[in-house]
Design a protein around this ligand. Sequence first.
Ligand code: HEM
Length: 409
Amino acid sequence: MRAVRHIAEPPRVPAAPLIGGLAGALAYRRDPPAFLRRWRARLGPVFTLSLAGVEMTVVAGPAEAEPVLRAPDTRLGARAAQARFGFERTLGPIALHVGTDLHQTLLVRERRRWDGDLEARLRDAVARALDAEPSGEVELFAALRRVALRATARAFGSDALAAEPFLARFAAFQDVLEEATARGAALPGFVARPLVYEPVHRRGRALVREVVGLLRGASLAPYLAALRARLPDPGDDDALGEIVLGLLFAAHKNVAIGAAQLLCFTAGTPPEGEALDRAIRETLRLCALGLGSLRQVRGAPFPLGPWRLPPGRLVAVSHQLLARDPALWDEPDVFRPARFAEPAAPFAWIPFGAGPHGCPGRSVALRLIRELAAAVAARGLTLQGAPPPLDFTRATLAQRRGPVHARLG
Ligand code: HEM
């Protein structure tokens, strides 16, 4: 007789029969941190919920997050998890499978090959991008997003990409893609693919053609030149175009949100020097992603404390739950940069994830936020009224529930 292997599963968020998965996905979408906090308090630091029939195990304790984030890709895969949320179709398979690996290689392991003048290049790109903003009334998040997108396009791509109509179309595409990812997660794959992901895919293809046109004969920033040289076929313009789209997608929006939130928390006048670094860390702590690091169990069941997660299971480390855990932080909901005078507990502050698929743009992102905040503060920024509360409904750093009106000098 064959022995039946017992798999000890983490506790589950109960789901009503039939509509449970959908109801869970919708309750999650309404207020992600509140939903996650409620179940973390009842079920502990590892629990499983059902999103439209797909099981996802949420990890919210530092001791449990560490083995998940450090696991090699052969045990906990990042690409397979991203594909489950439609990215293979919406951003494209080359951006997902070739692009992200190349960014990991170039931004982390082969930095020296291309980043000789990166600091000056970033500062110059931010200055030029901000110069393009007229003085006067702005919505802070929208203005910083335009600036961050222009700066990223120039510093990592090419001056030719900093073309306003293209950048505006790209930003709109990213918003549509994000919305599609959220809607698709609440639907079974066979419905999401044709109805939700396919229209985004078509918009993405049109933008790839636009990128190819803009880059034809243009001089490339050292980063993009290094990246092209590492492509399996360096002459494949479509592949390069798709990877550029993926890079702009990953690199600009959270930077813009981070800088805008920093300016909100510091009433438009961020501190300088070390105090600025601490204020940025504190901003990223309060705004960290709900389900930040996504993986999928590959091969054998994955052991996690007393639990065994079955092959195919999606696993999500909640950066937000760790960042606001009262056992890890004193008064976790208060903005207090001075707390970073001491090192944070291990795996308590992970707004960039960690391990082999942690964000390879982390140091660039921190520098960009610093440059953006300093450049905007130097121009003079006056916030008009108190900013609305934080909004966690998007799969980005937290934004605000309504517009933040400001005057740029
Ligand atoms: C404040 C700004 C940023 C935040 C909060 C952020 C956060 C993240 C997070 C949470 C992940 C997933 C990590 C994981 O799964 O463990 C990620 C992945 C990634 N980020 Fe960032 N990021 C930022 C800026 C950037 C920038 C500036 C770049 C490029 C220059 C970048 C490139 C990437 C790439 C390529 C990935 C995919 C890595 C992989 O799957 O192997 N990010 N980022």
